[in-house]
Every structure is written in structure tokens, then in C-alpha cells.
Design a protein around this ligand. Structure first.
Ligand code: EPU
Length: 418
């Protein structure tokens, strides 16, 4: 186990290149199971979650080979296999094996997913979708067993616009007989990315990115080459870190449209933000004014960005209120920020943040984005060394973090945890 050591107080200056989106990658890898020939994914991030997913595909008989940031998945040796335990428990996104294997083999047995459990995260909408397609779903001692003699297209209305449920239903419905319509579908860019891959594999999906997605099932799917969209959460984290350290950073290889909510909020705080075709420049300012933030489903301000944003709001004058309407209690970073001198209290699903100077402390990341929040906070501290443990969570979503931060002028390193 390692910890991240941060001697803060250095404005981040320079260019950072954003990698492919984690939340796309962990859906695209299982989606490749639906093809009968090779799928090549380009711009894959080098993350622990991606490495674990590749090992899961190999356990199922797929052949996986890396070439720099590309991966080729040869699904020709794939077989149906129950996966009740083991690696599937390490990843929340292992739930995508349910839809992919159901589509490919008509059955799936997958241990209930692990991952970042910042609060109970139900999968009832995924199950409702599989059942609508004609599958029988049972929970057998913590494993979900799904079986269908024949998948038939259906209309599914999601009670909540869930990213995972939308993708899982698209995966299974791509191979169902007839048409499926998902109403109140999630609209996140990662959903469009998955639909683009599936369509390149021969699926017939329309409407991804809107709240109504139509899928005409097909009998067979083939390989293709696909490049993953940039990671908007990683990009937002660097944008926030640039603002928090009063730096001047070019965040390169992004789709600025995916970052509009964070761009607008940073401008409201007083940060100077310049949008280019595929990059965003952030110029930090000496003072910021408090703002209120509402984390919502896309295109609102993403819940995944709210934790690092909390750290930035500690640097603003006045009182900011940050409310998360997606998760009711995603505030595991707050007690740690308080240990660093932040003045924050949580009331219901809101964090009330009063601007204050932070100081160095030993803090623990309890989940991925909570970890990102602590890194942003540590970078602002002018005296002393902030020690962030729980780095294994941060490694799930930020590849080359230390290299990137050092290139931007931060004094950051990893140390073995004593
Ligand atoms: N929900 C249900 N029932 C379901 C599914 C979801 O009630 O069957 C609720 C959840 O409890 C939550 C809301 O619906 O309140 C949205 O959850 P969603 O299903 O959209 O989340 P997810 O698919 O499990 C993905 C990302 C998360 C991100 C959320 C929200 C992946 C692998 N994960 O999770 O990313 O926070 O969407 O945008 O795509 C992260 O990157 O750190 C992360 C946690």
C-alpha cells in the first residue's frame, strides 16, 4: 500500500493531456464480448479498473493484448461461465457483464459488484430492464443469476435515469428479437460512446444521448475499431486543481461541451476559463466568491465532480452550498477536509462550506472522487506535507496522476505506507 505525499502551495502551470474515459472504458470492454471477431479499443486509460476488466475477459476465454494505449480483444474463444466471486467483486462496473453475457449467451451469473461504495447503490433498474426483455433474474447468495430462453425487445421506462441501467439494457437488447425502447434513459456522453461502439459492431441503436433510446436487435455482431472519448471527470479535476492553486493550465484532449457545467461554475466563482476546440485553458485568480452548486444528472454538474469542487469552494470568500441530487450522502471527503482545517458541515444532501485556509494533515481517501478532493486540497496547502492514504482508490480513475502533477510543477510523490 502506498500513500501520496503533497507539499502544496505551487500554482499548477503547463499542459495536461486527458486520457480516455474510465466510465466508458469499463462499459466498452464488456461490450466487446458481444462481437464475434476482434475489437480494437484506442485511447484506453491505464487504470487499475481497466486492468482488472481485461483479466475478467481473459477468465471468460477472451484474448486480450495491449499496444500502448490500445487494446485488442479477441472474443473468439469466449464461453459462458458463472462469475460469482473473484475479480468481479473488485469493480462496480462488473455489472455490465450481466447485460453483455445475457446478450451473447442468454445467461449470466455475476457476483454483486464491489467498487466505490460511498453509499448503497441499487441495481433494481438494471434487473427491471432484463426482466422486461424476458429474462428471469434471481439472487443466489449475493450472485445475480440471469437466464433467458429468448430475449425479446420491450419498452422499459426507467424510474431513475441510471447510467448503468441504460447501458446494461442497450447491451442485452442489441441481441434481442425485435425492438426495445428505453424511456427516461440516462444521457451521459459515455452512453453515446457505448452506442457508437455497439453500432460499429453491427447493432442498430438510435437516440443515445437523448432520453429515448431505440434498439433493433440483431442476430450477430462483429469486430471493429473504436477510440474512447476523453474523460470529462479527470479533465474537470485538473481544471478545479488549476483554479484552486491559482495556476494557469491547458487541459488538452477534451470535449469542451462535456465540461460546460464545470466551466460555467468556475466562471461564476471568478476563474478565467477559455474554451478551444479540443482544450480548455484555466487561469486561476487571487480571490474567488462563494457559489452554490447542484450536482445533477448530465448535462448538469456531475456528482463525480462535486467532491473536488468542495475542496475548491474552501478557497472562496463566503459560504457556498453544494447539494448532490444524484447521491444523498456522497460526502466521505468532508471529515477529512475538516481535519485539514476546512469549515464544512453536512446537512441532509448538502455540504455547507465556509471559505478557510487549509493546513497539512494525514488524511484518508475513502473512495475515488473523495481521494481526488483530498489531492486538490493538499495542493493548496502552503506549509507542510499532506499525506493521502487510500491511493488505490485514486488509481481507479486517474492514470499518471503523480507524473502529470509533477509536470505541472507540483511537489508530489508516492511513498510506501508505513
Ligand atoms: N439507481 C437506482 N437504481 C438502479 C440504478 C441506479 O436507484 O438500478 C440510482 C442510484 O442510487 C443513484 C442514481 O440512480 O442515485 C444514479 O445512479 P447510476 O446508475 O446512474 O450510477 P452508476 O451507473 O452506478 C455511474 C458512474 C459513477 C457516477 C454515476 C452517476 C460508472 C462505472 N459509474 O454509476 O461514477 O457517479 O454514474 O453519474 O459509469 C465515479 O466515476 O467515481 C463513479 C462513481
Amino acid at each position: 500500500m502506498e500513500k501520496l505525499m503533497i507539499r502544496g502551495g505551487h500554482p499548477l502551470r503547463g499542459t495536461v493531456t486527458i486520457s480516455g474515459a474510465k466510465n466508458s472504458a469499463v462499459a466498452l470492454l464488456p461490450a466487446a464480448l458481444l462481437a464475434e471477431t476482434e475489437v480494437r479499443l484506442d485511447n484506453l486509460p491505464r487504470l487499475s479498473d481497466v486492468a482488472v476488466y481485461a483479466e475478467i475477459l481473459e477468465e471468460l476465454g477472451g484474448r486480450v493484448s495491449w499496444n500502448q494505449d490500445s487494446m485488442v480483444i479477441d472474443p473468439s474463444g469466449l464461453r459462458s461461465k458463472a462469475m460469482p466471486n473473484g475479480k468481479v467483486k473488485l469493480l462496480r462496473a462488473s455489472y455490465y457483464l450481466m447485460g453483455a453475457m445475457l446478450g451473447r449467451f442468454g445467461e449470466a451469473t455475476i457476483g454483486l459488484p464491489g467498487g466505490c461504495n460511498f453509499e448503497p447503490r441499487p441495481i433494481d433498474q438494471h434487473i427491471k430492464g432484463f426482466e422486461a426483455l424476458g429474462a428471469t433474474v434471481t439472487n443466489d447468495h449475493g450472485s445475480i443469476r440471469i437466464f433467458a430462453k429468448e430475449l425479446r425487445g420491450a419498452k422499459v421506462y426507467l424510474d431513475v435515469a441510471s447510467v448503468g441501467a441504460t447501458i446494461n439494457i442497450m447491451l442485452a437488447a442489441s441481441r434481442a428479437k425485435g425492438s426495445t425502447i428505453i424511456e427516461n434513459a440516462a444521457k451521459e456522453p459515455e452512453i453515446i460512446d457505448v452506442a457508437t461502439l455497439l453500432n460499429a459492431m453491427g447493432a442498430r441503436i438510435k437516440g443515445a444521448g437523448t432520453d429515448t433510446i431505440r434498439i433493433e436487435g440483431v442476430d450477430a455482431m462483429h469486430g471493429c475499431r473504436h477510440s474512447i472519448i476523453p474523460d470529462r471527470i479527470q479533465a474537470a479535476t485538473y481544471m478545479i486543481a488549476a483554479a484552486a492553486t491559482r495556476g494557469d493550465m491547458l487541459v488538452d484532449n477534451v470535449i469542451p461541451k462535456h465540461l460546460e457545467a464545470v466551466t460555467a461554475k468556475l466562471q461564476e466563482l471568478g476563474v478565467h476559463v477559455y474554451e478551444m476546440d479540443e482544450a480548455i485553458r484555466i487561469v486561476g485568480q487571487p480571490t474567488y466568491e462563494a457559489v452554490d452548486v447542484k450536482a445533477l444528472i448530465y448535462p448538469g454538474f456531475a456528482t463525480d465532480m462535486q467532491s473536488p469542487m468542495t475542496s475548491l469552494l474552501t478557497q472562496a470568500n463566503g459560504v457556498s452550498i453544494l447539494t448532490d441530487y444524484v447521491y444523498s450522502n456522497r460526502f466521505k471527503h468532508v471529515p477529512e477536509l475538516v481535519r485539514m482545517g476546512a469549515n464544512i458541515r453536512v446537512e441532509g444532501r448538502s455540504a455547507i462550506i465556509e471559505g478557510s485556509k487549509l493546513n497539512a494533515a494525514k488524511v484518508k481517501a475513502a473512495d475515488l472522487r473523495a481521494g481526488a478532493a483530498l489531492v486538490v486540497a493538499g495542493l493548496t496547502v502552503e506549509d507542510g506535507i499532506t499525506e493521502v492514504s487510500g491511493v488505490e482508490y485514486i488509481d481507479r480513475g486517474y492514470d499518471y496522476l503523480v507524473d502529470n502533477l509533477r509536470m505541472l510543477g507540483a511537489d508530489v510523490w508516492r511513498e510506501a505506507k508505513s
